[in-house]
Design a protein around this ligand. Structure first.
Ligand SMILES: NC(=O)C1=CN([C@@H]2O[C@H](COP(=O)(O)OP(=O)(O)OC[C@H]3O[C@@H](n4cnc5c(N)ncnc54)[C@H](O)[C@@H]3O)[C@@H](O)[C@H]2O)C=CC1
Ligand SMILES: O=C(CO)COP(=O)(O)O
Length: 355
């Protein structure tokens, strides 16, 4: 018996939405991709190319682009939402008339909502109340996926049907989909690593070495997981693709937009100049603001994020961020083994030498 063709809707005409639409079509799905720009729709449908966001890659000709939300969503079994966090809720609200409780709704967005501090899958839950909600995150540079470089991602959901359908719809010879039920941890991993990608780009532009890069990434992981645990996530998630995996790729690659913003600032450009030169979304700029405020509220120690905040928004020179790392408290390597507090207490108990 021939397998049924799954119907997939992708909301968003940017680089990641386009890469995912093309994967699903390569996998035999019936794919409609919604975006606002009529010219881009025409280009995708006629030339099978997204000249604005992925100009050098061929899109599977079966992807049908449209500016009509209704026709994109009607009868779709799986809806992938690849819209920057600033516009995510408004797009979900516009889509609501054509969303149903049977559909599987998946956010691919790595950001946090400004006023609510909600992650995008929480926005989906709040707006729809539907049961099949998940999130995709992992080391997934869109242009490498479009180039069919071997890539892995994570589908995270408490709902087994959501995990399975996404694995079936997107898993193919160049794209491997792993499952997790820690939706919050996976989604936080994707959002938080953008902060450290900016810092890593800065460090690279300032000529810092490989030891420094490795220290930065590892301490970033400690900081991310500390924050995520305070938010109720499982720290083990950060050993996976959406934690350490995504951190490695975004802190190492010039293809990451967050890394590029940091690199431009490390070369002496202002934040405004760096963003203007990018011309795309770097979610980390907003995320660092929101996370620093939340960390204060929760009393979570995040010296790297705070140091980056001061460089981005208070005019502190980028070189000084490294000092924050070197001159911070003497701490624990892996605090899930030796708690930070135990190290601090031992210092208090042994005051007076070298101080
Ligand atoms: N590009 C990448 O390599 C990856 C991106 N992501 C995440 O996916 C999300 C989307 O990213 P990209 O596709 O890369 O972004 P992008 O910057 O390439 O494109 C964003 C798309 O959203 C559209 N958009 C913006 N505001 C809108 C609105 N109000 N209504 C309708 N459409 C609107 C833009 O027109 C554009 O088509 C981001 O949060 C990002 O963190 C996740 C993994 C990889
Ligand atoms: O999340 C990404 C890769 O996994 C893409 O990162 P940027 O948003 O920094 O380009």
């Amino acid at each position: 018996m021939a397998e049924q063709q799954i119907k997939v809707a992708v909301l968003g005409g940017g680089s990641f939405g386009t890469a995912l639409a093309s994967i699903a079509a390569d996998n035999g799905a019936h794919v409609r991709q919604w975006m606002r720009d009529e010219a881009l729709v025409a280009q995708i449908n006629q030339e099978h190319r997204n000249g604005r966001y992925l100009p050098h890659y061929a899109i599977n000709p079966a992807v049908q682009a449209t500016t009509d939300l209704r026709s994109a969503l009607e009868n779709a079994e799986l809806v992938l939402i690849a819209i920057p966090s600033k516009a995510f809720r408004s797009v979900v609200q516009a889509a609501k008339p054509w969303l149903t409780a049977q559909q599987i709704l998946v956010s691919t967005t790595k950001g946090i909502e400004q006023d609510s501090f909600l992650l995008m899958s929480q926005v989906l839950t709040e707006e729809t109340g539907f049961p099949h909600i998940g999130v995709i995150a992992g080391p997934n540079l869109a242009s490498e996926i479009a180039d069919k470089q071997l890539t892995a991602t994570v589908i995270a959901s408490a709902d087994a049907l959501t995990r399975t359908r996404v694995q079936q719809a997107l898993g193919c010879r160049y794209f491997r989909v792993y499952a997790s039920d820690d939706r919050h941890g996976v989604e936080l991993g994707g959002a938080l690593k953008n902060i450290y990608a900016i810092a890593a780009g800065m460090a690279a532009a300032l000529g810092m070495g490989e030891n420094t890069r490795s220290m930065l990434m590892t301490r970033a992981l400690a900081e991310m997981s500390r924050f995520a645990v305070a938010e109720g996530a499982n720290p083990m998630t950060f050993l996976g693709l959406a934690g350490v995996g995504d951190l490695i790729v975004t802190c190492s690659s010039n293809l990451s937009r967050n890394y590029r913003v940091g690199y431009a600032m490390g070369e002496g450009r202002s934040l405004e100049e760096a963003i203007a030169a990018l011309g795309q979304v770097a979610e980390g700029v907003n995320t660092v603001k929101l996370v620093c405020a939340k960390a204060k509220e929760l009393d979570v120690y995040m010296p790297l994020a705070e140091g980056l905040y001061h460089v981005l928004f208070d005019g502190v020179p980028a070189q000084d961020m490294a000092r924050t790392l070197m001159m911070g408290e003497q701490s624990s390597d892996v605090e899930f083994i030796l708690p930070r507090e135990a190290v601090q207490q031992a210092h208090l108990d042994n005051r007076g030498w070298h101080e």
